[in-house]
Design a binder for this molecule. Structure first.
Ligand SMILES: CC(=O)N[C@H]1[C@@H](OP(=O)(O)OP(=O)(O)OC[C@H]2O[C@@H](n3ccc(=O)[nH]c3=O)[C@H](O)[C@@H]2O)O[C@H](CO)[C@@H](O)[C@@H]1O[C@H](C)C(=O)N[C@@H](C)C(=O)N[C@H](CCC(=O)O)C(=O)O
Ligand SMILES: Nc1ncnc2c1ncn2[C@@H]1O[C@H](COP(=O)(O)OP(=O)(O)OP(=O)(O)O)[C@@H](O)[C@H]1O
Ligand SMILES: N[C@H](CCC[C@H](N)C(=O)O)C(=O)O
Length: 510
């Protein structure tokens, strides 16, 4: 614990009242997280102002209220009132300072991009583990240390708010972690959650359509992503994504990656058409086979390789360990039965849906059937775009609900349908996701592939009236079993097996 005056030291502020020698037990901007001895940072938000929550913070035992909002209410004697020029800046700094700036003790990789952050951070973590490094991965799927989920209470967010982020980083450092791969969401970056976090490597994957509405337009979304370039010591970029290049501007990347040839610091990754990845980096060529499918995942792996090479790891080791890469839960996660392959995937943007459908169409010998919807209270503009993509790649499309949140499912579905107007696919609207999954599975014949997109690993479905348990994967398994049982083919022998068909023999390494 540190004293309040220590926390305020070196920070422009005016302070009055209370006890500046008070021992601070924590710093937070959320009144419900205040415990006796906490500093409560009252900042302006979109839906409320921190000032609205001061009473709860005081009831919970705040020793100081720090704000940049003018005319804060008078505080009881014994509580310090501190005024700062920028509360979000102070919050980020003071949370880091409270935990002794743990990010400075760690090598931190922060990954941004519209799609692929969870996968790429996972790949970085898996490769580091194989290299004998104790690494943590922080993001949408929680905190993972050395491949195991850490027992930490954190909000379900992709990029943690400062009060949680630095607590988690302190935990990691105390647990002997030396390297951290974390996701940097656009909302996390614009919300200043990563300010004052020492980021060694900022990785830029791609820019597509998502969260424009929450940011107030595409430009603001791009600006938010671009902030990582200011925060990171060095940057690694996908040199074939024009939007990535536009937001990283004049900043010279330490490494680039992509499918085209490049200079000395470029990592090129391509598929040789037989499922092998060919990597070229400077004078080195390598042929590897990794157990993950899809061009998009190959690029995610390239991002992970390039980042670790930037941090000093050798390409030969990284290639050797590529055979151990695996996708996170809910990303091209396969269930099968009765000769049908069913994939659950977290594609919830147009580019993601295109990436996964394109990967599946290249291995599909029968019809491609997709089931998806779009989240409510999120970008409306991506809905017809996702419809168009689904219609382009699929033989049959079931448009259903994702997480409708406060919106009417029918309105979301009709937005998606706009994009399917000219499609030659068979199109059905079924607002009940469970029934849509059932319909798609019962529609499929042996050789067909069913894609259930949008919710991936999610365990709940959020609608106006409820937040109820729901898993695409378990729902799919249930209907596959039911169909098999009905067909009297319950022996399970014809289940499609995912075989161990991957190899690495180091050939081609120089
Ligand atoms: C859009 C966004 O970034 N919202 C987050 C942001 O809200 P905000 O700045 O508008 O703040 P606010 O809710 O108006 O509240 C104002 C202030 O009052 C405080 N407060 C609020 C309520 C209360 O009871 N007591 C209290 O003290 C808040 O902590 C805040 O300091 O700061 C809040 C406090 O940390 C977050 O809870 C909130 O996340 C909301 C729940 C959310 O849904 N965020 C999602 C969309 C999000 O951030 N997603 C991205 C992933 C996106 C992706 O990759 O696809 C993520 O990184 O998780
Ligand atoms: N490099 C990529 N390019 C395009 N699509 C991708 C890429 N990587 C993954 N995807 C698609 O995006 C989906 C989500 O992947 P992942 O969870 O890794 O992304 P994310 O950026 O972390 O998503 P979110 O920010 O919403 O949590 C995948 O299921 C896949 O369909
Ligand atoms: N992090 C993303 C996840 C979206 C997942 C999708 N299932 C939806 O609900 O829109 C978001 O909050 O926008």
């Amino acid at each position: 614990m540190i004293e309040l005056c220590e926390l305020l030291k070196n920070w422009p502020c005016t302070a009055k009242g209370g006890d500046f020698r008070a021992l601070v037990s924590g710093v937070t901007d959320h009144s419900a997280e205040v415990t006796p001895g906490s500093v409560f940072v009252a900042r302006k938000g979109r839906s409320s102002s921190g000032l609205d929550h001061i009473q709860e913070a005081l009831r919970n035992g705040a020793v100081a209220v720090v704000t940049d909002i003018s005319r804060p209410p008078a505080l009881p004697k014994g509580v310090s009132a501190v005024s700062v020029p920028d509360a979000a800046d102070f919050l980020a700094y003071s949370c880091s300072a409270f935990y002794g700036h743990p990010s400075r003790e760690l090598t931190v990789f922060a990954v941004t991009g519209t799609n692929g952050k969870t996968t790429t951070t996972r790949f970085i973590g898996q490769l580091l583990k194989s290299c004998g490094i104790r690494a943590a991965v922080i993001g949408t799927l929680g905190v993972w240390i050395a491949g195991r989920k850490a027992p930490l209470q954190i909000p379900p967010m992709t990029t943690l708010p400062p009060a949680h982020l630095h607590r988690v980083l302190r935990y990691c450092a105390d647990e002997g972690v030396t390297h951290v791969a974390m996701e940097a969401s656009s909302l996390g970056l614009s919300g200043r959650r990563l300010d004052h976090c020492s980021i060694d490597y900022g990785i830029f994957l791609n820019i597509g359509t998502d969260h424009h509405a929450e940011h107030g337009g595409e430009e603001a979304y791009l600006r938010a992503k671009g902030r990582l370039s200011d925060l990171a010591g060095q940057i690694i970029v996908n040199s074939e994504d024009p939007a990535v290049l536009s937001i990283t501007g004049d900043r010279l990347p330490v490494k680039t990656f992509g499918e085209q040839s490049g200079g000395e610091t470029h990592l090129r990754i391509v598929d040789n058409g037989k499922g092998d990845w060919i990597i070229t980096a400077g004078e080195t060529h390598a042929g590897i086979r990794a157990p993950v499918e899809g061009r998009h995942n190959r690029l995610n792996a390239a991002a992970a390789f390039a980042s670790l090479m930037a941090a000093g790891f050798g390409l030969a080791d990284l290639c050797k360990y590529a055979a151990r890469l695996s996708l996170p839960e809910g990303r091209m996660q396969e269930a099968g039965g009765a000769g049908i392959r069913v994939f659950v995937d977290y594609a919830h943007t147009p580019d993601a849906l295109e990436a996964v459908l394109s990967a599946l169409s290249s291995v599909c010998t029968g019809r491609l059937i997709s089931v998806f919807g779009c989240g409510g209270d999120r970008d409306r503009e991506k809905r017809p775009q996702m419809g168009r993509v689904a219609g382009e790649y699929s033989d049959s499309v079931w448009v259903t609900s994702d997480n409708p949140r406060s919106e009417e499912p029918a309105r979301i579905i009709s937005d998606v349908m706009e994009g399917l107007k000219n499609s030659s696919a068979m199109v059905r609207a079924e607002p009940d996701r469970e029934q849509a999954i059932r319909g798609a599975i019962y529609e499929a014949d042996p050789g067909d592939i069913v894609l259930i997109a949008g919710k991936g690993h999610e365990e709940i479905q959020i609608s106006k009236s409820s937040s109820r348990p729901f898993s695409d994967f378990r729902t799919a398994l249930r209907f596959l079993d039911e169909r098999e049982a009905e067909a009297g083919a319950a022996d399970g022998d014809d289940r499609v097996q995912t075989t161990d068909r991957f190899w690495y023999d180091g050939s081609g390494m120089e």
